[in-house]
Design a protein around this ligand. Structure first.
Ligand code: 3Y8
Ligand code: NAP
Length: 249
């Protein structure tokens, strides 16, 4: 009998949770607890870190987990590395459910950069109107480019104002809508959008809106993730649960 732990926090993780619930699988969805209100889920949820690789290994063993599905965000590199290591140490099956990286299409005006620091460096120069669609965790890094008018979007209202002299904060959670994002960018006369190459549909509205408005996009490439089995569809995880994992794939 499978006992599944899903590391969540993404649209794909929620879709998997719905499928596992419909199948009657024994499954738990795990969140880090990064934001105040979490999306309701049809399977039991646990919130909070595990305490590194050791903590996750102990959790897997204590709860008799048989299958670990890493459905975290492509930028959740530490969680993903811990998941591979802990599953190996606990001797249980592991798979990652992730989304392919976005690739530019005709009309896109992307500048690809390696990481957050490179995105900050790419903003050197005269004042512009910049949308930082990065959430709350990395905004302080942009304080070294205070000359811009920033449009920020956080999931939660922060307890202290962001350390950027000129900013406008929108508190909203995705998935986002192209028309809404286009209207938001027009209302703020946005010239540049800074975002992570998250992939998927939940965060892609801003790219479509930027294309419609012919805006420049500073696209942050994904961090390196450990070697692991990866799939891009819930159906592939189900197939793995029903067949692949038993072969120790
Ligand atoms: C806590 C839990 C679902 C999942 C929905 C997806 C889509 C909407 C778009 C923009 C980009 C950003 C951010 C974003 C999106 C989905 C997905 C996604 C980007 C929630 C959620 C949690 C988080 C954590 C949060 C981070 C932040 C990142 C905002 C839930 C709503 C920017 C990533 O305030 C903070 O500290 C926020 C932190 C990690 C990245 C950052 O560095 O700030 N996500 N987002 C998860 C946990 O506790 O484990 O769903 O209620 C989930 C979602 N946010 O089931 O529908 O699939 O990714 N999340 C990015 O992609 O760049 C917003 O504004 O355009
Ligand atoms: P991270 O930097 O890779 O992880 C840092 C630590 O947070 C992990 O070592 C772990 O703590 C804890 N953690 C992360 N994800 C967890 C989960 N699903 N369940 C339990 N603990 C978790 O991760 P992050 O980038 O902060 O992402 C945190 C959450 O937000 C994840 O659920 C992720 O899917 C979601 N999210 C992140 C982004 C993003 O841009 N990073 C975007 C959308 C959604 P311990 O070491 O103590 O176990």
């Amino acid at each position: 009998m499978s006992n599944i732990l899903v590391l969540g926090g993404t649209t794909e993780a929620s879709a998997l949770a719905a499928t596992l619930s419909a199948r009657g699988d024994d499954a738990v969805l795990s969140y880090a607890g990064r934001v105040t209100t979490l999306k309701a889920q049809p399977i039991p949820v646990r919130v909070g870190g595990f305490g590194g690789v050791e903590g996750l290994e102990a959790y897997l063993r204590a709860h008799g987990v048989t299958h670990l599905v890493d459905a975290t965000h492509p930028f959740a590199a530490r969680m993903s590395a811990n998941a591979v290591a802990a599953a190996k140490r606990a001797g249980i099956a592991h798979i990652a459910l992730t989304r392919p990286a976005w690739t530019p299409v005709a009309g896109d005006r992307w500048t690809r950069v390696a990481d957050i620091d490179a995105a900050v460096a790419a903003l050197a120069g005269p004042s512009r109107r910049v949308m930082l669609a990065l959430g709350r965790m990395h905004v302080d890094a942009f304080a070294v480019q205070p000359q811009h008018d920033y449009l920020l979007r956080f999931v939660d209202r922060p307890d202290r104002p962001p350390g950027l002299p000129r900013h406008h904060l929108v508190v909203d959670r995705g998935p986002f809508d192209v028309e809404d994002d286009r209207r938001l960018m027009e209302a703020h006369a946005t010239q540049v959008v800074v975002c992570k190459n998250a992939g998927g549909t939940g965060a892609s509205a801003k790219l479509h809106a930027a294309r419609l408005l012919s805006l420049s996009v500073i696209m942050i490439d994904r961090p390196t993730l450990p070697a692991r089995q990866e799939v891009h569809a819930v159906a592939d995880v189900v197939r793995w649960l029903d067949h692949g994992a038993d072969r120790g794939v």
